[in-house]
Design a protein. Sequence first.
Length: 257
Amino acid sequence: MNRMIVIASGKGGVGKTTTAINLGAAMRSFGKDVLVIDANMSTPNVGIHLNSPEVPISLNHVLQRKAQPQEAVYSHESGIKIIPSSLSVKELKKLKFEKLREFRNDFKSLAEYVILDCSAGLGKEAMSAMEMADEVILVSNPEMPAITDALKTIKVAQGLKKPITGVIMTRVKKNDYELPPETVKDMLEVPVLGMIPEDELFQDSLRRKNPLVHLHPKSKPARAYKEIAARLINIEYDSDKDRETLIEKIRGFLGVR
Ligand SMILES: Nc1ncnc2c1ncn2[C@@H]1O[C@H](COP(=O)(O)OP(=O)(O)O)[C@@H](O)[C@H]1O
Ligand SMILES: [Mg+2]
């Protein structure tokens, strides 16, 4: 059975898009067929993260019934498939977010794992994406404003009767100011699926328009995403064994990978 996973957050800028594409790339690294849909139509950025900011046929065309869902699917070099949204403000005015649900089965038939990158907040747009979910995964940072907003998103998802798989904590700096995972778990009352460290490599991956998991598969944050992905798809993965060996490190340093 194909699975539709919605990546949601209360607060913007917490790392949703980064998580959607890296979880997708992590599942792909385990041989799974993955499609990431940019359901954040008002401020789309899957395309920006993955080098397809403007494509001839986007999600917008599908929702306006000007194209079939499969015509809006693009293959990314990392191996994942994507459906980008249009960046055009003119296109945005024509959009009716609630149309998304009419395509649920079509989208689900396009890949084994369909990941929806949702917009932040609790507006119509985020709700329309969440309504599509078989399961919701929250993204938050370990700080109070992000956690309180995440709590609201949880309430909304529960109101829609959507199962919440858990929360992924991103940009974790491990300093004294952050909320520890136990506190997050107690506050949100959902499992903490994993913690992604703050890492400059994410800037490198943004610049190179490729998921970090694909570019730096053995880095700490990549292994953290892979651990979460492995648990989600129920396969064995040993993060310690997936570390870079000394010889690989030296090769990387010399630029002869
Ligand atoms: N773990 C991380 N470490 C460092 N930077 C990160 C991390 N996760 C995300 N970022 C950066 O934070 C910014 C916002 O992330 P993004 O995924 O676009 O957030 P959202 O989709 O929630 O608005 C981006 O510049 C991204 O590269
Ligand atoms: Mg985003």
